[in-house]
Design a binder for this molecule. Structure first.
Ligand code: C2E
Ligand code: CA
Ligand code: CA
Length: 707
């Protein structure tokens, strides 16, 4: 249960306890204050009555009577009694005391003697103001022997002044000459006070209980609302709102736990990261709603295909992850990844529209490739990028692809060394050449230069292992300089033999943002006296659109030099052909992805796409080259679609210069779309043409190098 839920009860409960205590204290304080105010008031009333009684009584008593041993005679006592008779039962007893404490008069029968409360008498006679106290008095028959009735009495001492008595003595002024002790029946006042306090207590209790209930209800409702929000937030924090799949955070949490368990049991944890190819295009062309719909369907397929233990998560955008808590081997994880990729074969139906979507899956395993959750995530990510980059669909993590792996740093050092070979030493970096075939005639009309690295310990490495590394490390400019120098030197050599054929060199996106590359080409051509139209450059579509404002001036200067520019890997980026109209390019190379879809088991629709590309490119006077042609049926279709040239294993792989059988050049006019070559080359058939099924894997050691 989420923590928020468990916390709610103590919260409301502690509020209930604290607020109840506060209410009880408040109620008691309220009643007590009211009671004390009321009782003080009743005492004040009593004092006032006592003063009145005193005034009535002393008016009949002469001054002398307060001076012992004089006492009141019976007539005077009667007069006092008569004067105070109006107070009835309220007046329980009246006593008059002389200053020395002797009893002058008592209204009680048979009481001739007695003692005052000395302290109070002194206090009153000295201070001149009355003193009152509620006492319990026992009266009636048997009062002395423990019988009689208990009475609550307000006992008031009132000072008697010389000018208040029957015969005021001017010599004494208003000095105190004695005191009257007035005992008033306090039962009624006490009862009234008790009654008032009882009523008050009831009212206060009811009021406070009602107030408490209202407060508690408010707090409880608010706390419930908070709890609901907290739950919703917790849900949102852990689940992806679009697909309902766990999100990155939840995956991280599950990964952490799974890996802890795996470390205990010694099992293997696999992580697949997958990303939908060209999702951005789909989103841009069909709209975000359709994009979202696609993501939901992808989530659905992934969810449905996996075991209960596996965790499918959406990491954001078009990226999904699958955590395999227990895989037997890396190969097994790779097999699973291929199965996952197979889920994308049936088209996704977006409304009426069937959409073919591909995905690239990267696989990494713990402990094979990583030792903790974050490195597992990172290695799977590296693998996914490798899968995307090499378009292999599925790729298992390899340290070679990893920027931060030590192996890669070593490779970078090796590349640095390979780029600056010692004079006379064997060259590790070599240019191989793949023929470009004119489809109409079957003649070789050009070559594409592709670099190979014959590594001293690792065998032959394809450019896909070291070009990205060079691009990231800044070594790419040296690689380009190396390739251009090799090609121009080779062109000069062929020219000397009278059989030069145009060679296309691949430039990296990093090369074409500055004019330095143009200066380099210009000086190389000049140095080796090679005409500019023998050299072509290939720039990927993505490089072109990445920063057109910087790339276009470079292309314009290349064009001005007379160097042809080809747009490589066309179709996988975001350019529309119409954008190319205004760019200084001469050739469009349709990416292998579209070409490989043209054959018998290809996807329908590819033909329409290629046809559209060809028609538009021709309308802008661009030459169209198809890459990756591996079989004859594809070549037939390409020819029918009007593609000008083709390259691919059907004709030849990239081979070293000495394996090309070059024919003497036949000069042809430039800008001949279908041709454009200067000389002719025939390819020495070093190997039988590959087909789709015999295509060599693009990994080290199986390359087309043989020298
Ligand atoms: P790219 O320019 O698209 O080159 C075509 C790639 O497809 C080459 O891979 C080539 O061997 C391969 N290929 C040719 N025909 C077929 C076919 O029928 N089927 C299949 N499946 N593949 C075929 P390679 O030589 O591994 O080069 C890979 C990429 O490395 C090149 O792609 C290019 O972008 C880059 N590259 C190669 N040499 C250089 C270079 O000197 N400089 C730079 N900057 N990049 C280079
Ligand atoms: Ca190329
Ligand atoms: Ca290409």
């Amino acid at each position: 249960m989420p923590r928020a839920v468990r916390r709610r009860w103590p919260l409301t409960r502690s509020f209930a306890v604290i607020s109840s205590i506060a209410m009880v204290v408040l109620g008691c304080a309220l009643v007590w204050v009211t009671w004390s105010v009321m009782s003080q008031q009743s005492v004040r009333d009593g004092i006032a009555t006592a003063e009145t009684v005193t005034a009535y009584a002393t008016r009949t008593v002469p001054t002398d009577s307060f001076v012992p041993p004089d006492n009141l005679d019976q007539a005077q006592k009667d007069a006092v009694e008569a004067a105070t008779s109006g107070f009835g039962d309220r007046l329980v007893e009246l006593r008059l005391w002389a200053l020395d404490g002797s009893l002058i008069y008592s209204s009680a029968e048979h009481t001739e003697t007695g003692f005052p409360d000395g302290d109070r008498l002194d206090l009153v006679t000295a201070g001149g103001s009355p003193s009152a106290r509620v006492i319990t008095d026992v009266r009636g028959a048997g009062a002395g022997s423990g019988g009689g009735t208990e009475l609550s009495v307000l006992d008031v001492y009132v000072p008697v002044r010389a000018d208040e008595v029957a015969d005021p003595d001017p010599a004494r002024g208003s000095s105190v000459i004695g005191a009257a002790e007035v005992m008033l029946d306090h039962r009624a006042a006490g009862a009234a006070l008790a009654e008032a306090v009882r009523t008050l207590a009831v009212v206060v209790t009811l009021g406070l209980v009602a107030l408490w209930l209202v407060l508690f209800r408010t707090v409880w409702t608010a706390s419930r609302r908070l709890q609901a929000t907290a739950l919703e937030n917790a849900r949102l924090a852990l689940l992806d709102s679009l697909t309902g799949l766990p999100n990155r955070r939840m995956l991280a949490e599950r990964m952490r736990r799974t890996i802890l368990e795996a470390e205990e049991t010694g099992s293997r944890v696999g992580l697949m990261l997958l990303d939908i190819d060209r999702f951005k295009d789909i989103n841009d062309s069909l709209g975000h709603d359709r994009g979202d719909e696609l993501l939901e369907q992808v989530a659905e397929r992934l969810r449905g295909a996996l075991r209960d233990d596996d965790v499918v998560a959406r990491l954001g955008g078009d990226e999904f992850a699958i955590l395999l808590p227990d895989v037997r081997s890396v190969a097994n994880a790779e097999r699973l990844a291929r199965r996952v990729r197979g889920l994308f074969v049936p088209p996704f139906m977006l409304g009426e529209l069937p959409l073919h979507v591909d995905t690239s899956v990267g696989v990494a395993c713990l402990p094979d490739h990583a030792s903790d959750p974050s490195s597992l995530m990172r290695t799977a990510d590296v693998a996914m990028y490798a899968a995307k980059h090499h378009r292999t669909g599925v790729s298992v993590y390899s340290a070679d692809e990893d920027d931060s792996s030590p192996a890669r740093l070593v490779l970078l050092g090796d590349l640095h060394r390979a780029l600056t070979p010692a004079p006379g030493a064997a060259r590790e970096l070599r240019m191989h050449y793949q023929p470009k075939i004119e489809l109409a005639t079957g003649r070789t009309v050009g070559l594409e230069a592709l670099m190979r690295w014959v590594h001293p310990t690792r065998g032959v490495l394809p450019p896909t292992t070291f070009i990205p590394l060079a691009e990231q490390s800044g070594l790419i400019h040296d690689v380009t300089r190396y390739a251009l120098t090799e090609c121009v030197t080779q062109l000069a050599a062929w020219r000397a033999e009278g059989r030069a054929t145009p060679v296309a060199v691949n430039l990296s996106a990093h090369d074409v943002t500055t004019l330095a590359v143009v200066d380099l080409i210009e000086s190389l051509l000049e140095e080796h006296t090679v005409p500019a139209d023998l050299l072509e450059v290939e720039i990927t579509e993505t490089a072109l659109v990445a920063d057109p404002s910087r790339v276009v001036p470079v292309l314009e200067r290349l064009g001005a030099l007379g160097i042809r520019v080809a747009i490589d890997d066309f179709g996988i980026g975001n350019t529309s052909i119409s954008q190319l109209r205004d760019l200084p390019v001469d050739e469009l190379k349709i990416d292998r992805l579209f070409v490989s879809d043209l054959g018998a088991d290809g996807r329908e629709g590819s033909e329409v796409v290629v046809q559209a590309m060809v028609d538009l490119a021709h309308s802008f006077d661009l030459r169209v080259v198809a890459e990756g042609v591996e079989d004859e049926p594809t070549a037939v279709i390409l020819r029918r679609l009007g593609v000008d040239q083709a390259q691919g294993y059907l004709y030849s792989q990239a081979v070293p210069a000495h394996d090309l059988r070059l024919t003497p050049s036949v000069p042809r006019p430039r800008r001949d779309r279908a041709g454009g070559g200067r000389g002719g080359v025939a390819v020495a058939p070093t190997r039988p043409p590959s087909t789709r099924h015999t295509r060599p894997p693009r990994s080290a050691g199986t390359d087309d190098t043989n020298g």
